[in-house]
Ligand binder design. Structure first.
Ligand SMILES: [Zn+2]
Length: 233
C-alpha cells in the first residue's frame, strides 16, 4: 500500500501517527511524509531561515527511521491558507505520492495551520483525480481514503479506529527525538515535554483499546474517502 501522512509542521506526524506509520513500514508499505510549512516560527533565538533548515534536517532524520520520504511544501508557519493556489500545490504533492491512504489533521485541532491543512487535503485529494485540474503530474485514477489523527491534547476527538502501537512506540519516540529543536522549544515555552505527551496519549488510547499503547483515528465521513474495510495495520 502507498501512504502519505500530511502535517502542517515538521513534527506533527511524529506526534499523531508515527507509531502507525512504523507499523505500515514493517508490513512493506511505501510511505511519504508531507509537511506544508517550513516550521520557521517557533524559536526565540534562531532566525526563521536557520530554524527552517534545522527542522527540515530533523524531519528527514526522523523519516529515514521508517524509510519514508519527506515532501516539504515551504509555506511559512501561521500562513497556511485555504486558497486555490495552495490547494493546487497540495494536489501536485498528492499526485506524486499516488497514495491509497492519506492521514492528516483532525479538522478541529488547535490552530489554523492544522485545520486549514485538513481542509486543503480534503479538496486536494479530490482534485488529484480530476484531469482538468492541471499540475505537473497526471491525475490519479481513484480518490484516496482519508483518516484523521489525534489533535494536540485530544480535545473533542473520539477515535473510531485504534492501531496497537505497543511494538512500534519505541520507533515513534526515536522519531520524535530527532526533533530536538521543537522538543526544546515546547519545554521552554509551556513546560510541555513532547516525549512525555506522546507516551501519555498512547497509554490512554491503549487503555481504551485494551492494549498497552495505541494511536486513534477517525475515517473522514465524505463521499469517496471511506475505504472498504480497514486500511490501517
Ligand atoms: Zn503543528
Amino acid at each position: 500500500m502507498r501512504i502519505i501522512a500530511i502535517g502542517a509542521h515538521p513534527d506533527d506526524i511524529e506526534l499523531g501517527c508515527a507509531g502507525t506509520l512504523a507499523k505500515c513500514h514493517k508490513r512493506g508499505d511505501t510511505i511519504y511524509i508531507g509537511i506544508l510549512s517550513r516550521g520557521d516560527a517557533a524559536s526565540e533565538n534562531m532566525p526563521g531561515e536557520n530554524l527552517a533548515q534545522t527542522r527540515l534536517n530533523e524531519a528527514k532524520k526522523s523519516a529515514k527511521l521508517i524509510g519514508a520520504e519527506i515532501m516539504n511544501l515551504g509555506f511559512h508557519d501561521f500562513s497556511i491558507e485555504t486558497t486555490p493556489q495552495s490547494m493546487k500545490i497540495l494536489t501536485e504533492m498528492i499526485r506524486q505520492a499516488a497514495p491509497d491512504l492519506i492521514i492528516t489533521h483532525y479538522d478541529q485541532d488547535y490552530g489554523s495551520d492544522h485545520n486549514n491543512t485538513c481542509k486543503l487535503v480534503l479538496d486536494a485529494s479530490l482534485a488529484a483525480t480530476v484531469p482538468n485540474i492541471s499540475t505537473q503530474t497526471p491525475s490519479l485514477p481513484k480518490i484516496p481514503a482519508l483518516y484523521l489523527m489525534e489533535p494536540l491534547g485530544g480535545f473533542g476527538f473520539q477515535p473510531e479506529v485504534y492501531v496497537d502501537i505497543t511494538e512500534t512506540f519505541p520507533t515513534k519516540l526515536q522519531m520524535l527525538n530527532c526533533h530536538e529543536s521543537q522538543i526544546a522549544w515546547t519545554t521552554r515555552q509551556g513546560g510541555t515535554d513532547l516525549r512525555e505527551y506522546i507516551e501519555v496519549v498512547a497509554r490512554f488510547r491503549g487503555y481504551q483499546a485494551m492494549v498497552k499503547m495505541a494511536e486513534g483515528f477517525i475515517a473522514h465521513k465524505s463521499w469517496g474517502h471511506i475505504p472498504p474495510g480497514n486500511l490501517l495495520p
